[in-house]
Design a protein around this ligand. Structure first.
Ligand code: GCU
Length: 436
């Protein structure tokens, strides 16, 4: 009887089955088996300076690579000389990022039906805004056992006389804005107030509403839905690309909202959502500008650099879900230097659109995000901007703390605070004002 019923379950078409349940450890192990990997090199320890594998914080030991892949050289060694060449080179780069780094998004296009569940007037600081609460219901007819809803809110100035630019933030749900001033005294205006002062609006999308931030969730959410509840193939997308997919669907909604100038929508996020921001900007040409905050490894930091967080951390069971399964290979037997691409090429894929790269002070934020690694990747993306008739970062020298490099179409600023985008909002807004 048992045998019969389990056979029956096996015979059920995938669409009627419940998602496979695996823990992150089980799924991580499963990928290692698929990739024929026996063991992975451990990541760095970011906390305990006494640990044998404590993160490298010595600049003299950070450059473990002898060369970086050149975005302006085709795989066959031929140079990329024109904008037309670049269009072809982009395809090569996307193929490498898809297969080895962030994974491939599914071919199937999932329809999202956006519902405005609430509209209310609010006062933010001294500004009157209209805030809409939105839910994007993802068509799950291909696998009804998996329900996916994208949560987002949109706030625009109540008295606006025309469509307004909007900054979409990947929201943590908590307040990652400026911290209370330790000296007391007046608080700086929040990022929302700063945007409203320009007459702009903001949207906050909740990435974990449509893709969990852990490996155990990969058979659910939009990744699970696309796979009908089955575990990922080695080149399937990870959470970063899934989060980017949701931002694109959020932008689909903004294109239909009469309050929004959808040609002027920015994407912004911090840390893991800083990574998601850069991935979104590279893959979604409709976003006009990006504010990439403290994104570190897997984001704007050169993956080949050994400083702070390592590729081996991203390949471990706590973070691998952000990436494609194939990425594990670069933590054993391969090395980060074997990666066909690196972060400067992800930034280059955003060209010619403007990108602002932000970080805090190593003394406050810590060294984990690798401030210099993010600066260098931004600088090395510059030749692609120049080829397309734009201005790159304009410097190969890391500027002093709190010195903004925003004269070109790539921007960089290191603020003196911690793991937050807070102190860099005024600089980002100044940078964005060149375009909006
Ligand atoms: C961890 C992780 C980072 C990530 C960060 C965050 O520190 O190692 O890669 O950016 O969490 O999202 O806060």
């Amino acid at each position: 009887m048992v045998v019969v019923s389990s056979l029956f379950v096996l015979a059920l078409p995938l669409v009627f089955q419940q998602p496979v349940k695996l823990t992150a450890e089980q799924d991580h192990k499963r990928l290692m088996v698929l990739l024929h990997i026996d063991s992975l090199r451990p990541g760095a320890d970011g906390m305990n300076p006494k640990a044998a594998n404590y993160q490298n914080v010595d600049e003299a030991k950070a450059t473990t690579y002898t060369s970086l892949p050149d975005p302006l050289v085709f795989r066959n060694g031929k140079p990329v000389k024109t904008a037309r060449d670049w269009a072809a080179r982009r395809k090569e780069l996307f193929e490498d990022f898809d297969r080895e780094v962030y994974g491939r998004a599914p071919k199937q296009k999932f329809k999202v039906n956006w519902e405005v569940t609430d509209t209310k007037d609010e006062t933010v600081g001294s500004y009157k805004v209209v805030t809409k609460t939105l839910v994007g219901h993802v068509d799950n007819s291909s696998c009804p056992a998996i329900k996916v809803d994208i949560r987002m809110s949109l706030s625009t100035p109540k008295d606006a006389t025309k469509k307004v630019p909007v900054v979409m933030e990947f929201g943590f749900g908590g307040n990652f804005g400026p911290r209370p001033n330790p000296q007391g005294g007046p608080q700086p205006p929040s990022w929302k107030e700063q945007l409203l002062a320009k007459g702009w609006g903001y949207a906050v999308i909740v990435p974990t509403s449509y893709q969990a931030d852990n490996g155990g969730g990969l058979t659910e959410g939009i990744i699970g839905l696309a796979n009908k509840g089955q575990p990922r193939k080695v080149d399937d997308w990870g959470s970063l690309r899934a989060w980017a997919w949701g931002a694109s669907r959020g932008l689909d909604y903004l294109e239909t909202d009469k309050a929004v100038d959808a040609k002027k929508v920015a994407i912004e996020g911090l840390s893991r959502y800083g990574k998601a921001t850069l991935v979104t900007m590279a893959y979604e040409p409709r976003f006009a500008i990006a504010f990439v905050g403290s994104s570190g490894n897997g984001g704007a930091k050169l993956m080949r650099r050994d400083f702070g967080e390592k590729v081996e951390n991203l390949a471990g069971s706590g973070e691998y879900h952000w990436m494609a399964g194939n990425y594990l290979k670069y933590a054993g037997p391969l090395t980060p230097s074997d990666l066909p691409v690196d972060a400067h090429e992800l930034i280059a894929l955003c060209a010619p659109r403007p990108v602002f790269v932000s970080c805090g002070s190593p003394n406050v934020e810590g060294t984990w995000v690798d401030d210099k690694g993010m600066f260098l990747a931004t600088a090395y993306a510059s030749p692609v901007y120049k080829l397309l008739g734009k201005k790159g970062l304009g410097s190969m020298e890391m500027p002093p703390m709190e010195t903004a490099l925003i004269a070109g179409d790539l921007g960089f600023r290191q603020h003196s605070g911690g793991h937050t985008n807070g102190p860099n909002w005024p600089t980002f807004i100044e940078f964005a004002s060149k375009y909006f």
